[in-house]
Design a protein around this ligand. Structure first.
Ligand SMILES: NC(=O)c1ccc[n+]([C@@H]2O[C@H](COP(=O)([O-])OP(=O)(O)OC[C@H]3O[C@@H](n4cnc5c(N)ncnc54)[C@H](O)[C@@H]3O)[C@@H](O)[C@H]2O)c1
Length: 405
């Protein structure tokens, strides 16, 4: 097994370009200011299409955003049909809605599912054609309608990223363009006070996965590490009060943590998300649940990581600089357990007979050249063997045996 890690003195200042929303609005009521922010950014008059989660829409959580758009002189039109992770048909329908109404701008309100749909709609609004062709052509030069994003879950950080995802035949299609980083994002804590505790837990662990995986990523930079380390620290501090205790202020801080972790995603994710996608597909799990289950094992797989980087993760996860990655993997697994999230493959209905195929899918479908240790099918298969019964200590010991030079 090969180490992908750079020499320990080679912490890059900026391995990749860094993108962030042009404007971040935050605080109670900030979603009402989206309209004026779009106006100030020079958006033309006309219809603004609000792509929203169905539950969020029915709960009246769009009122502030819609009212703010009307106050700024726009005509808001709601497409409130997002229910769960988007598939191609939903994206086509929403895109068609936006084109038919000549959207001057697109606003996404909801969890990652709605925000990703809104990104694709903003692309389809200006680039006509069949969805598959439009997304195949998406990239650095893409243009989208002016875009604003308002998260109502505490995890994906989609409001900060260049990624949009939808499923085609059960497979995740990942579309990547700088144009998907919105003009405006709003973190309005009022929108997450009624979020069910289990959704706070699962999406919060997704934010932790973004933070830790982006720090482990070989394409990290000093900037992404700083943001992600703060995100991880915040999640560790707040997630239990937010998910189990339902504390409103803790939920607001989780929203901020998810945003910071989303900025950390400028460095990309690593093995944990590869395993997460494959498990979600096989066992029909929510994105946050599958990424939470995978995260301790992603940390166990990582070896020969720069000691400075390990210290940052250790401080965030274990509250001290001296722990090693194995201690962090165990601490993360224990946190997931306390939150009531599944911590073994058996718990989600995956059996020993599935593991060979899963290992192939992880390495074939979601390769990660930026993972600290190269993805190797046999090693991943071994790791999954320990995940079967939730034996994270066993995984750490086994992965340590084959420490790359
Ligand atoms: N673009 C990115 O960078 C990025 C990053 C991570 C994940 N994702 C994608 O995001 C999707 C998952 O997003 P998610 O985890 O936020 O889940 P989600 O958007 O599917 O929402 C989860 C559930 O919470 C409900 N909900 C949302 N807000 C609510 C509120 N305020 N009150 C009550 N219920 C509410 C929804 O109706 C839904 O049932 C996946 O498709 C994943 O691929 C994207």
């Amino acid at each position: 097994v090969e180490s992908n890690e750079p020499p320990s003195d080679a912490l890059p200042v900026a391995a990749r370009d860094f993108l962030a929303p042009r404007l971040l609005l935050s605080g109670t009521g900030s979603s009402a200011r989206i309209g004026q922010a779009l106006r100030d950014a020079g958006t033309r008059d006309g219809n603004v299409v609000v792509v929203a989660d169905r539950v969020v829409s029915e709960a009246g959580l769009l009122d502030a955003t819609v009212g703010g758009l009307a106050n700024a002189g726009f005509s808001p039109l709601v497409f409130g049909g997002v229910a769960g992770e988007p598939d191609a048909q939903l994206v086509r329908d929403a895109g068609e809605f936006a084109r038919r109404h000549g959207a001057a701008a697109v606003v996404g309100v909801g969890g990652g599912s709605s925000l990703d749909t809104a990104k694709l709609v903003a692309l389809l609004a200006v680039t006509g054609g069949e969805l598959t062709d439009v997304v195949a052509g998406a990239g650095p030069g893409s243009h989208v309608a002016p875009l604003a994003l308002v998260p109502t879950t505490t995890g994906t950080g989609s409001e900060a990223t260049r990624i949009a995802m939808f499923s085609v035949g059960g497979r995740k299609r990942i579309v990547n363009s700088p144009a998907f980083v919105p003009l405006v994002a709003a973190l309005d804590p009022q929108l997450v006070t009624g979020l069910p505790g289990p959704v706070v837990a699962a999406t919060g662990m997704d934010a932790l996965a973004h933070a830790i995986e982006s720090i482990l990523s070989r394409t990290r930079s000093s900037l992404t590490i700083a943001l992600a380390a703060d995100a991880a620290e915040l999640v560790i501090a707040e997630i239990e009060a937010a998910a189990i205790g339902e504390a409103a202020d803790a939920r607001g801080r989780m929203l901020f943590a998810a945003y910071l972790a989303g900025l950390g995603l400028n460095a990309g994710v690593v093995l944990g998300h590869s395993i997460g996608y494959v498990l979600a597909r096989r066992a029909h799990l929510a994105h946050g649940v599958s990424c939470s289950l995978a995260l301790p094992y992603c940390v166990a797989y990582a070896r020969s990581v720069d000691p400075h980087v390990v210290a940052r993760i250790s401080l965030a996860v274990c509250g001290e600089v001296g722990s090693d990655l194995d201690d962090c993997a165990v601490a993360i697994e224990q946190l997931a357990r306390r939150l009531g999230l599944p911590v073994s493959l058996q718990e989600v209905g995956i059996g020993a007979a599935d593991l060979d195929e899963l290992a192939v899918e992880v390495v074939r479908d979601y390769p990660r050249p930026n993972n600290p240790v190269a993805l190797d099918e046999e090693r991943v298969r071994r790791l999954l063997g320990f995940m079967l019964e939730g034996d994270v200590e066993g995984a750490c010991a086994a992965m340590a045996e084959a420490v790359p030079a």
